[in-house]
Design a protein around this ligand. Structure first.
Ligand code: AGP
Length: 366
């Protein structure tokens, strides 16, 4: 058992530390050209001519899809719909020829995701699977498959498969942008260069460790509720951070678009509430800082995830720093402190992070 964990105390911690490799392996031979991405698994004509993309997934894979939606719309200028598979399959969706449906599932066996993919295929859509498992059912149900290369994930809480899925969504968005002529070669070069640097940045962050994360965990591990906020690509990162915390620590969490805060969740805040805000560099950072101020005025405790070198003023009690990168790529870095925070809190609560109660690694029932 100890050998399988490679010297780490749990599989989850080992897998968190494998994330630089998960991204590096996933992008490796697909980012050989400086100004573009190659995905030979997918038909160029299909990607060039698509009029709409629909992404279906569950849980963490759904969050990866949400990040993909921002990248696909921003870079490839294609409309993208996104739904949790268990909703999509039961709402008689309008889908058919001309649509590309992408099912994201690390296991390739999640029943709801498979059912949503099959429904779309029956109605004439082209179906692409994004999965980590060779030969899984999703690969058999789809017209084509793009593999993440995270290696086997044993911890029930998805970590390295998530960053690999996000990397695949970036690759797809860059490929489509090139085929559809929606990004200049200069911008594509910049993005490919930045993407290739991400594994290095993840490695540096993980090697350095973080006293701030340990301190925040010590201070808040007995709290009953955490609120997570984010905007744009920071929103799916917030959703994923909140899911990680509730899955392994059993602390109630809510994750919201920061701009929605004053439409309800702000009523939850009191002096005791830790509020995790994803505040990495982006064109919406000023808006996020205003949200942080609104939280602070209510006396809640702000834990910000911010880019190194960015000044958030004195609005956050604690700031978890991530290296700078292109703002669209920030999720690959910003999720890491949130995984570690959830991990530390769960360990302080004495819980089994690898096998949380009531959860299965693969959900093959409705
Ligand atoms: C992630 O931490 C969860 N265990 C869960 O939400 C998971 O992402 C979901 O069940 C989807 O699984 P899949 O990627 O294998 O389809």
């Amino acid at each position: 058992d100890a050998a399988e964990k490679g010297g780490f105390e749990t599989f989850m911690l080992k897998e968190i530390h494998e994330q630089a490799d998960a991204v590096a392996d996933t992008i490796a031979d697909r980012t050989v050209r400086p100004d573009g991405v190659d995905l030979p698994e997918l038909d160029d004509e299909l990607l060039r001519g698509a009029t709409r993309l629909i992404i279906v997934a569950c849980g963490t894979s759904y969050h990866a899809g949400l990040i993909g939606r921002y990248a696909l719309e921003e870079w490839a200028r294609i409309p993208v719909e996104m739904d949790v598979a268990s909703e999509y399959r039961y709402r008689n969706p309008v889908v058919g020829p001309g649509d590309i449906v992408i099912g994201i599932t690390q296991s390739g066996e999640t029943l709801d995701t498979l059912a949503a993919m099959r429904l779309a295929r029956e109605r004439g859509a082209t179906v692409i699977a994004v999965t980590n498992i060779m030969g899984s059912q999703a690969t058999r149900d789809a017209h084509s498959t793009v593999y993440t290369r995270a290696g086997l994930e044993i911890g029930v809480a998805a970590t390295k498969t998530f960053v690999a899925q996000v990397a695949v969504m970036y690759l797809l968005a860059l490929r489509m942008a090139e085929l559809r002529g929606t990004l200049t070669p200069e911008r594509r070069t910049e993005l490919v260069t930045r993407l290739k640097r991400i594994p290095h940045d993840i490695g540096v962050m993980l090697d350095k460790g973080s006293e701030t994360i340990d301190r925040v965990a010590e201070r808040h591990f007995e709290k009953e509720f955490f609120l997570y906020l984010g905007r744009h690509v920071g929103l799916p990162v917030s959703l994923e951070g909140a899911l990680k915390l509730k899955e392994i620590s059993y602390i109630a969490t809510d994750a919201y678009a920061a701009g929605e805060m004053k439409h309800g969740p702000i009523a939850l805040l009191d002096q005791d509430t830790p509020v995790v805000v994803v505040a990495t560099d982006s064109p919406v950072l000023e808006k996020v800082i205003s949200n942080i101020q609104e939280v602070k005025v209510r006396g809640a405790h702000v834990i910000a995830v911010a880019t190194e070198g960015t000044d958030l003023g004195d609005n956050a009690e604690d700031t978890l720093r991530v290296p700078p990168t292109d703002w669209m790529l920030q999720p690959l870095l910003a999720v890491i402190p949130l995984q570690l925070l959830a991990y530390r809190i769960a360990r302080l609560r004495g819980l089994n992070v690898d096998q949380p109660r009531n959860l299965a690694k693969t959900v093959t029932v409705e």
